[in-house]
Design a protein around this ligand. Structure first.
Ligand SMILES: CC(=O)N[C@H]1[C@@H](OP(=O)(O)OP(=O)(O)OC[C@H]2O[C@@H](n3ccc(=O)[nH]c3=O)[C@H](O)[C@@H]2O)O[C@H](CO)[C@@H](O)[C@@H]1O
Length: 356
């Protein structure tokens, strides 16, 4: 066993990578040999491959689709192939622990960790666990959760609520940098729109239709998702980006309020930064309904207003943004009471204590 080797895994969406991005730098700083097992070409590869101090390993992955596809038939073989690859990698790397953030690429890695005798910790950020983590929970040593309510769905002896683990750099945003980047000014409040890491067609459409009204009162920064820019729109006060990385902290520093999908990591980031938020969760038809529960929990605690995806149009969106902006201080008061159960340092200690 190597003295200081740690393996991270997770992917498929940015939400299954960001917690790793928050934790990995600490281990790199401490001189650990940090490895990441992800898919050959998922978003985790874009976000992690090439990061200084991290070695990326791609493996085959299968996905559980909610629609019929010939790809479904190939998936069991891909998962088995991925399991074999993960097992070989763990045997070769001999890590002291595996930390998994979830998503379909991560399940075979956690299974392989059990097969090779390496302890693993998994992290679930949604209100209810996804299928990948439900399976992985049987093989993991510990399970960390973001929402306290999630614990009831997972094996009691293994599960610990830690709360939000947010990337440190998000707290170091500079609104001046955002003004320079966007070309906007401070003469109106700023609304940041984020449709999840992949963008959201219904939100994109409603925001663009609402622009004549919204731009009378606000500036709008729109994170619209890869290949979802609409370059035919050229209105002062409106800026679009497909996906931002380092710049997000600055855009958030400038934003007065946020309109967003209800992906768990994004909403806990807004909570940590005390950004009043209007959440438009992905519907039950398009998902397993986790975002509806995430959003409902935030709404009950006074952190967020919620608009159902089916109700979103230019008028409902403009009205909801106006209400959110008017009541921003009330939301901020509720958000001020949020304290995660554990700090990032506590979580790092837990990982170290789990090491072989
Ligand atoms: C369609 C889908 O399956 N969505 C799921 C996915 O969402 P998704 O990948 O959108 O997950 P999250 O909202 O949890 O995380 C998105 C992350 O991407 C970051 N970000 C986003 C846009 C951008 O331009 N730059 C950027 O850095 C956000 O700051 C956040 O950290 O994982 C979440 C966490 O399991 C789930 O709750 C969502 O239901």
């Amino acid at each position: 066993m190597s003295q200081k080797t740690i393996v991270f895994t997770g992917g498929g969406t940015a939400g299954h990578v960001v917690v790793n991005l928050a934790i990995m730098p600490e281990f790199i700083r401490e001189g650990f040999d940090v490895h990441y097992i992800g898919s050959y070409e998922g978003i985790e590869r874009d976000l992690v491959d090439g990061m200084e101090g991290v070695t990326y390993h791609g493996i085959a992955t299968g996905k559980l689709r909610r629609y019929m596809s010939v790809e479904n038939m190939k998936d069991p073989f891909r998962v088995l192939k991925g399991l074999g690859q993960a097992r070989r990698l763990l045997k070769q790397l001999k890590p002291r622990v595996v930390f998994s953030k979830g998503g379909f690429v991560s399940t075979p890695v956690v299974m392989a960790s059990r097969l090779t005798g390496v302890p693993s910790i998994i992290h679930e950020s949604d209100y209810t666990p996804g299928l990948a983590n439900k399976i992985a929970s049987k093989f993991a040593r510990h399970i960390l959760t973001t929402f306290p309510e999630t614990n009831q769905h997972l094996p009691e002896k293994k599960v610990v609520n830690v709360g939000a683990i947010v990337r440190e750099e998000l707290f170091a945003g500079d609104s001046e940098q955002a003004l320079a980047m966007t070309g906007l000014s401070r003469d109106k409040p700023t609304v940041l729109v984020m449709g999840g890491s992949a963008g959201a067609a219904s939100i994109n459409q409603a925001v663009r239709q609402a622009l004549p009204d919204l731009l009378k009162q606000y500036h709008v920064i729109h994170l619209c998702g890869k290949e979802k820019r609409d370059d035919t729109i050229n209105q002062p006060g409106y800026v679009q980006y497909e996906y931002v990385t380092d710049e997000l902290k600055d855009l958030l520093a400038l934003a007065d309020v946020v309109v967003s999908r209800a992906g768990a990591n994004a909403i806990f980031e807004f909570l940590a930064l005390k950004k009043p938020m209007l959440l438009i969760p992905l519907s039950k038809q398009a998902s397993r309904g986790d975002q509806l529960l995430n959003a409902e929990s935030f709404n009950k605690r006074g952190y967020a207003d919620v608009l159902e995806d089916e109700e979103v149009d230019a008028t409902s969106l403009t009205d909801a943004v106006n209400r959110l902006y008017e009541n921003r201080e009330t939301y901020q008061e509720y958000m001020a009471s949020y304290q995660p159960q554990k700090t990032k340092d506590d979580v790092i200690d837990m990982i170290k204590q789990t090491m072989l």
